[in-house]
Design a protein around this ligand. Structure first.
Ligand SMILES: [Zn+2]
Length: 308
């Protein structure tokens, strides 16, 4: 008997490859499951109940002319978030699962950091998205409004149930002769921004907020000693909108199209990944140049036996 022919050998090595890949995939799923279970148990359930990805709902079109298919409903009350009556009555509490999960995550995280912080959520989208009397955007389940986190005169966090306008000082705008009793809480609002930027399921495109209040949030972030990268990220994502109200009474947050919604027709408008240009024109070009240098110095001849 001679050695098996090359064809037979290739057939078996193919089968072996397929089996290997299948087993590898199983292990990966198993590993992910174990990690998620571990996270659930060890973080006081911050991830518990997050809609990780069931693949059903999606966002279609740009934020101003779009639809939401199979949106997920944000509960009126959760651990760390609530929808005040004005917004609960409207029923615009539907979003893509990545959006709703991010809101739930941010609420829990704030509560975990300080039990006095409570995230008040305004509108997301109607159950099927599309136009509503209150917004131009908010049509595809990727926009959400948050009422500001507030504090009293002594700096204690306060519950917020309506959109109050704030002066550049941070004090609520009140009628002449009245003294403001409610203030913009730069710490609470920073912790919210930070939670959003660290969402495990969505990437934030914009956080619209009035410029003076934006500066207050950033100043707090710098003072509290977060990383420079985080401050830079927040600086890029937070904007005072140029074509609508200045957002001195709430934060408006938009997430990028989840990657698997893009092929279903989800459209991102405006700024793309904030770091893209840095990667493209900064570090990456430099790295490619160095790789080219390294590659050009490799003596391929020395590795020739490995390539057979
Ligand atoms: Zn909004």
């Amino acid at each position: 008997m001679g050695a098996p022919s090359k064809g037979v050998y290739l057939f078996f090595s193919d089968v072996r490859g397929i089996l290997k890949r299948a087993v590898g995939t199983c292990y990966r799923y198993l590993a992910v499951t174990v990690v998620l279970l571990g996270a659930t148990l060890s973080t006081g359930c911050i991830y518990d109940g997050l809609v990780l990805e069931d693949g059903s709902g999606f966002s279609r079109g740009p934020s101003r002319y779009g639809m939401l298919y199979e949106g997920v409903k944000l509960p009126t009350r959760g651990e760390g978030h609530w929808i005040p009556p004005t917004w609960a009555a409207r029923g615009l509490n539907y979003g893509v699962d990545e959006m709703v999960s991010t809101v739930v995550y941010a609420g829990r995280r704030l509560k975990m950091q300080d039990s006095r912080l409570e995230l008040a959520v305004g509108d997301i989208s109607r159950a099927k998205g599309g136009r509503s009397p209150w917004h131009r955007s908010h049509q595809t389940g990727r926009d959400v409004d948050f009422l500001f986190l507030l504090k009293d005169k002594a700096g204690r966090p306060m519950r917020n149930d309506r959109m109050r306008k704030h002066a550049p000082s941070g004090a609520e705008r009140v009628a002449e002769g009245e003294k403001p009793a409610v203030f913009f809480d730069e710490r609470g609002n920073w912790l919210l921004v930070e939670a959003l930027l660290e969402s495990p399921v969505a990437e934030i495109q914009y956080i619209f907020v009035q410029e003076d209040l934006r500066q207050k949030i950033l100043a707090y972030a710098v003072k509290s000693g977060v990383s420079q990268a985080m401050v830079e990220h927040a600086t890029q994502v937070m904007k005072q909108p140029s074509d609508s109200a200045p957002h001195d009474d709430h934060l408006h947050v938009r997430i990028y199209c989840p990657w698997d919604d893009v092929s279903a027709g989800c459209v991102d408008m405006g700024q793309m990944r904030w770091h893209k240009k840095d990667l493209k024109y900064g570090g990456r070009v430099e790295r490619i140049r160095r790789y080219d240098e390294v590659l050009s110095n490799i003596d391929v001849g020395a590795f020739a036996p490995l390539l057979r």
